[in-house]
Design a protein around this ligand. Structure first.
Ligand SMILES: [Zn+2]
Length: 394
């Protein structure tokens, strides 16, 4: 059993106000099981630093009404989720409620300077529009391995020019506040644990199936990132030594067999070779078919499309079965763009995981779709940003 790090007092206090809202001092003391003099001293210190503010009087419980405390309403965090082909930016308040949000398409292969300049432009626009006066922290997720300690991407396969680029340093300098950089799948897992289907679940796997495939790993309530930051890079586990060539240069990786790109490839083939009438029709109208066409055609009952999704689910399931035996999670969450393949995909993943893992490990193992969907990434980046800002209040 790993030893959990003891959470410092100020961090517990600020997280409690973030997650549960305004509260009386007495209730806060009960919640944190903290002696009153110590709590009052700490609150006074955090008010002085600008993290905490008075929030009016509590409803009377008889006797003297107590004053509520809450996070300073001026606290603002920036949350950024960079995908292979998209930028999502939000500015949130201390309780992580969005104040401003922007989504646009962008190609991560344009490199760090162009991409981060666009992120900065969007954040400056949010300030001009009145979303904030100053940011207290920035959290950002990128679609590749990250050295969490150094705040830089490390040899990311689909991000040319980003290797070791000082992302954290650039954002810190630009916005005059701390910044934190993580992998896109990890921030989705963090978002889902904070405000989604894995709320307060300590051991779970978040599997993102999109352009690529990756896995966020929560063990004993902490994200497990591995020595070099590439833990959970399950898209490159080999399933077929004679399979198609992968973007990483190897053959037969999971994501070379099933991912957004692989499914589009197989769907176009099924449209052309006549095995899927529904896809053939869509191809003749639009000139190309995508994963979304497969999802829609499957719902309409197209046999070849249902089979494509089942084959993909079986492959993901066989990798997950190994992970379940290894890590014994209490939940598996499926997210990312291909989660739109929905219940056919989920049913196949479940069936393979339940069939192949140890019965003890799957006795009570929900395999469910992400609740936050496309917002999981920014939601997690906001949680990370707030944690980093709160950490500075020591
Ligand atoms: Zn690969």
């Amino acid at each position: 059993m790993p030893v959990r790090t003891v959470e410092p007092l100020h961090l517990r206090l600020l997280r409690s106000l973030r997650d549960e809202g305004a509260v009386s001092r007495a209730e806060l003391g009960d919640r944190l099981q903290m002696p009153r003099p110590r709590l009052l001293a700490e609150l006074e210190r955090l008010v002085g630093l600008g993290y905490v503010a008075e929030a009016g009087l509590a409803a009377s419980r008889g006797g003297r009404r107590s004053t509520l405390v809450e996070l300073n309403p001026q606290l603002r965090f920036a949350a950024v989720d960079l995908g292979a082909s998209s930028i999502d930016v939000e500015v949130v308040d201390g309780r992580l409620e969005p104040i401003a949000a922007y989504t646009e398409s962008a190609d991560i292969r344009n490199g760090p300077k162009v991409t981060l300049q666009r992120v900065n432009e969007l954040l400056h626009k949010a300030r001009v529009d009145g979303a904030y006066e100053r940011l207290h922290a920035v959290g950002i997720g990128v679609p590749g391995p990250v050295s969490f300690r150094d705040g830089v991407p490390v040899s990311p396969p689909i991000m040319p020019g980003w290797d070791r680029f000082p992302v954290r340093e650039l954002l810190t300098r630009e916005h005059g506040c701390p910044a934190v950089v993580d992998n896109d799948v990890n921030i989705m897992a963090i978002g889902e644990r904070h405000g989604g289907v894995a709320h307060s679940v300590d051991d779970f796997l978040f599997v993102k199936i999109g352009t690529g495939i990756g896995c966020g790993i929560y063990l004993s309530g902490e994200v497990y990132r591995g020595t070099d930051g590439c833990a959970g890079d399950i898209g490159h586990i080999q399933l077929d030594s004679h399979g198609p060539t992968c973007s990483c240069g190897n053959v037969g990786c999971l994501e070379a067999l099933f991912s957004g790109a692989a499914l589009a490839r197989d769907a176009n083939a099924a449209a052309r070779n006549g095995s899927s009438p529904a896809l053939a029709e869509r191809l003749s109208i639009r000139g190309a078919v995508t994963a979304l066409d497969v999802a829609e055609s499957a719902v309409e009952g197209d046999v070849a499309c249902i089979q494509l999704i089942r084959d993909g689910g079986r492959r993901v399931g066989s990798v997950l079965a190994g992970l379940v035996s290894f890590a014994n999670p209490s939940m598996i969450v499926i997210g990312g763009g291909l989660a739109q393949l929905g219940h056919i995909l989920l049913a196949e993943i479940r069936s393979v995981v339940y069939r192949r893992s140890l019965p003890l490990a799957t006795g009570n193992l929900p395999v469910v779709l992400s609740e936050l969907g496309a917002r999981a990434g920014v939601a997690g980046a906001a949680v990370l940003a707030s944690d980093v800002a709160f950490g500075e209040a020591s």
